[in-house]
Write a protein that binds this ligand. Structure first.
Ligand code: SF4
Length: 212
């Protein structure tokens, strides 16, 4: 299948899923780029629902990068403990916020190259922030996007960064951020990891892995 065929299929998949999930967006609650950055760090190996429960209280106590940068590490660990891996996450949050103050005067940078230089921030987290807090194009490759990209034949790669670049070539920039949300929603509802519901899938006619 040529790249043009794959691109046309990817855009058709987008159109159908956009009708299925017209208001797809990140499930993490946030009011500003800093809150989304913290919530995204906490979401590693944790459900968005659990993160939202934790951040409800956390964001009422810590408001600015300075608050996290100067936080007592033990107190911060306790506050985020239910999200798991709280030792590493607290360390990343504190160091990351110190770097934001040192390098960016306390403001979250909006460029990929600046974001990925911060402690605990990889391309996935950076794209979450760029796409959802700053409204600029960014494809997030999480476990759902990775699985669906393979099943839908949109990428032969396993490495998330390579998958991200494959998807970027298939869709216009204006579709990047929303496409991640669409795949995540479809992955949660229908194309689940263990038992994909192919017979009731709305994009089965565009899927080379359909088991009907
Ligand atoms: S047809 Fe099956 S494998 Fe393909 S996207 Fe739908 S649920 Fe997933």
């Amino acid at each position: 299948m040529s790249d043009i065929d794959i691109s046309s299929r990817a855009n058709k998949i987008y159109d159908i899923l956009a009708k299925e999930f017209p208001s797809a967006k990140t499930a993490l609650n946030f009011r500003n780029p800093l809150e989304l950055l913290i919530a995204t760090i906490l979401s590693a190996q944790c459900t968005d629902k659990r993160v939202n429960e934790v951040t409800k209280d956390l964001f009422s106590r810590y408001h600015k990068a300075e608050d996290f940068a100067n936080a007592d590490l033990n107190e911060l660990e306790e506050a985020i403990r239910p999200t798991g891996f709280f030792h590493n996450k607290a360390n990343s949050i504190k160091r990351c916020c110190q770097q934001i103050i040192e390098r960016h005067s306390g403001e979250i940078p909006d460029r990929m190259e600046d974001l990925v230089r911060l402690k605990g921030i990889g391309r996935k987290t950076a794209n979450v922030i760029i796409g959802n807090a700053f409204g600029r194009p960014g494809i997030v490759v999480d476990t759902h996007v990775k699985r669906l990209s393979a099943r839908l034949g949109l990428s032969k790669n396993r490495d998330p960064v390579k998958i991200e670049f494959d998807l970027m070539k298939l869709l216009p920039e204006g579709r990047w951020t929303f496409f991640s949300h669409l795949l995540i929603n479809h992955g949660r509802k229908t194309c689940q990891a263990r038992r994909p519901k192919c017979p009731s899938c709305c994009i089965s006619n565009l899927c080379p892995s359909a088991d009907l």
